[in-house]
Design a protein around this ligand. Structure first.
Ligand SMILES: [Zn+2]
Length: 423
C-alpha cells in the first residue's frame, strides 16, 4: 500500500486549505486510493455524506477534488443524498463577478434520535436532532434505583408522548447509556455492582414495543463512555470523570476510547482508599472510594445528620446556598476522587481531566478538593500542563453523548450506503 499510506489530513489541508482539516473521510483506505487517482474503489454515497457532514459547507467541485469522482458521479451521489433528505443545497451570497457555486450542507433537521441516560437517582430522556442538539428533554427522578421492569415501561410511555411533537420525523436510532459495564452486542447490563436486577436483562425489546421505535437501532454503552464521546474537548488524551451518585471514568488515549479487555475500563468507583476503610459500599464490599465520595454516600451522610436531602442535586443546591457542611462534603468528595485519579494521571498522562455528572454543577467546590490531592499525588511531569475543566455540555453531557453515540453509527458511511441502496 506504500505511498497511499502517506496521504494524511495534513497533505490534503495543504492542497485545500480552506476546508477544515478533520478528514475522517480521508482516513479510509478507499478515499486514500481515490484521492491518489487509483480509481479502483470509488467513493460511495456514504463516503460523500461523511465528507459533507464533517465539513459545514462544501461545493460540488470540492467534493470532486477530495474524492477524485467525476462531475457526473458527484451529481448522482448528491442526488441520492438530497432524496434521503440528509443534504441540502443552497446558493451562496452573490459576490462580484460570475455566479458562485452552490453550497452543500448536512441537514440536521432531516430526522431525530432518542437519547436515554439511565442513572441511579435520575433517568434523562431526550429527543435530539441529527447534529445531537437537544430538542426536548425530560427527567424521571427516582428515590431508589428501579429495576428494568419498573423503569423501562415508564421510559417508553414518556418517549411515546415526547415523539408526538415530531410526528413526521424519521427516528434514526436510540442511544442508551447505563452506569457500570454493559454488553453492547446483546444490549444488557453485565456484572453491574450497582444496577440490581438489570444484569442480562435484554433492553432492546422494550423499545420495540413502541411503534415509532420498532426496528430502529438501539446503541448501548456505559454512561461515562457516552460522555467521553462528546467531551474530548479537542484533545487525544483525556480522562472524563462522571461524578454523580456513582463514580466512573471514560478514558480516551491516543484519540481512541479505551474500553479495556472486558469493557470495564474506567470503573474506578470501587478502588479502595484508606479514608473509606470499613465503610460499607453498595457493591457489597467495604472501603471503596464511592463509599465516602460517591453522591449516594454524601447524601447518606447528610441524611444521617438529619438533613432533608434526596439526592446529590439537593446537596449541590445547598452548597450554592452557602451551606458549610454541604460545601465541605463536596470538596472532600473531590479530594478523595483526586487521590484515586492521581494514579490514572501518572499512568495515562492526559492533557485534560473533564468533570461531568451532577458534581460538575458544583465544579469550583469539587475541583478545589480534587486539585489538592491530584497535584499532590501525581508526578510533576504528568501534571505540568494538565487542565481540569467542567464538561462543555454541562449536566447534559450524558444526553448529548448518547445521541452522538447513535448518530455516529446510524449516519456512518456504511449506514448511509445501506439507506441509499435501492430496496
Ligand atoms: Zn464498592
Amino acid at each position: 500500500m506504500g505511498s497511499s499510506d502517506l496521504v494524511t489530513g495534513a497533505t490534503v489541508a495543504v492542497l485545500l486549505p480552506h476546508l477544515k482539516p478533520t478528514f475522517v473521510f480521508l482516513n479510509t483506505k478507499v478515499a486514500q486510493l481515490t484521492f491518489l487517482g487509483f480509481n479502483r474503489v470509488m467513493a460511495t454515497v456514504g463516503d460523500v455524506f461523511a465528507l459533507i457532514r464533517d465539513h459545514r459547507d462544501v461545493t460540488r467541485t470540492e467534493i470532486g477534488q477530495l474524492t477524485g469522482l467525476s462531475r457526473t458521479a458527484v451529481a448522482s451521489r448528491i442526488g441520492a443524498l438530497t432524496a434521503l433528505g440528509l443534504v441540502t443545497e443552497r446558493e451562496q451570497a452573490p459576490s462580484t463577478g460570475g455566479r458562485p457555486p452552490t453550497l452543500l450542507s448536512f441537514d440536521a433537521a432531516a430526522g431525530v434520535v432518542v437519547s436515554v441516560a439511565v442513572g441511579i437517582s435520575r433517568t434523562r430522556l431526550a429527543v435530539c436532532n441529527l447534529a445531537g442538539e437537544v430538542l426536548t428533554i425530560t427527567d424521571i427522578d427516582q428515590e431508589v434505583a428501579l429495576g428494568p421492569d419498573d423503569l423501562m415501561p415508564d421510559v417508553i410511555k414518556r418517549l411515546d408522548v415526547m415523539l408526538q411533537d415530531y410526528p413526521g420525523d424519521t427516528v434514526y436510532g436510540v442511544g442508551l447509556s447505563l452506569p457500570g459495564t454493559v454488553d453492547r452486542e446483546r444490549g444488557y447490563s453485565r456484572d453491574s455492582l450497582i444496577l440490581r436486577g438489570w444484569d442480562r436483562v435484554e433492553l432492546r425489546p422494550y423499545f420495540q414495543e413502541l411503534e415509532r421505535l420498532s426496528g430502529v437501532p438501539v446503541i448501548l454503552d456505559n454512561d461515562s463512555n457516552a460522555i467521553a464521546v462528546v467531551e474530548k474537548q479537542g484533545h487525544d488524551d483525556v480522562l472524563v470523570i462522571k461524578a454523580s451518585s456513582g463514580l466512573g471514568a471514560g478514558i480516551v488515549a491516543g484519540g481512541v476510547l479505551q474500553r479495556g479487555a472486558t469493557e470495564a475500563a474506567g470503573e474506578f468507583g470501587h478502588n479502595k482508599i484508606a479514608a473509606a476503610q470499613g465503610l460499607p459500599c453498595r457493591c457489597g464490599d467495604t472501603g471503596c472510594v464511592e463509599a465516602i465520595a460517591g453522591g449516594w454516600a454524601v447524601v447518606h451522610a447528610l441524611q444521617q445528620q438529619g438533613r432533608t436531602v434526596r439526592n446529590l442535586r439537593d446537596v449541590v443546591e445547598l452548597a450554592h446556598g452557602g451551606d458549610a457542611e454541604a460545601r465541605r462534603m463536596i470538596r472532600d468528595s473531590g479530594r478523595y476522587v483526586g487521590e484515586v485519579l492521581a494514579a490514572a494521571v501518572n499512568m495515562l498522562n492526559p492533557a485534560v481531566v473533564v468533570v461531568a455528572g451532577d458534581m460538575a454543577d458544583a465544579f469550583e467546590i469539587f475541583v478545589a478538593g480534587l486539585r489538592e490531592t491530584l497535584y499532590g499525588n501525581a508526578t510533576a511531569q504528568a501534571t505540568r500542563t494538565l487542565e481540569v475543566v467542567p464538561a462543555a455540555h454541562g449536566n447534559r453531557a450524558g444526553t448529548v453523548g448518547g445521541a452522538m453515540m447513535v448518530l455516529d453509527e446510524v449516519l456512518s458511511a456504511r449506514a448511509v450506503d445501506a439507506l441509499a441502496a435501492p430496496a
